[in-house]
Design a protein around this ligand. Sequence first.
Ligand code: MN
Length: 211
Amino acid sequence: MTYTLPELGFAFNALEPHIDAKTMEIHHDKHHAAYVSKLNAALEGVEIGDLSISDLVSNLDDIPKEKRGAVRNNGGGHYNHSLFWKILEPGGSSAPDGELADAIDAAFGSYDVMKKTFANAAATVFGSGWAWLVSDCDGNLSICSTPNQDNPKMTDGGTPILGLDVWEHAYYLHYQNRRPDYIDTFWKIVNWTSVHSLLKETKGSSCCGCK
Ligand code: MN
């Protein structure tokens, strides 16, 4: 099994002025590419069959102990960034609708409260990590954060349908230490259509809410 770097799906400069082209280029072509190559290197000689990256990060206990740390960090890096590119869109869609909007209202009361809760989770990650909007198998939503390249699937915490990378490599060139500004801007480039599709996929899967 060899994992491959997915296409970004849009030009490096497509998210400007919100995320600059140089950041996107380094983020995808260097950081994400390195997670993929280090993951493949860590898995050399390990028989895992044809496992999707989602199944790999959900079943880290099956990985030999001496390889597990590298697979957790780099497999998480691959899974997280693959999701991140999918939920970004130049121009973005303005707000969630339909079933996704209903699920947000049911869990948080309103879209604005969800955004505030998510922004707080992202702002308070100490050091490097991610903020997540997570769905359980019934489509119930919750918000959490994880350190490093961990994600909720590693702890049976549900399936992320929206994630924000708050590693400094994701924003430092343009925003320097102003992580809250980067978080604010994120809402302008979220592809809610993708998030909605991810929500539909999680229904019926075997998972639970954030732990
Ligand atoms: Mn990153």
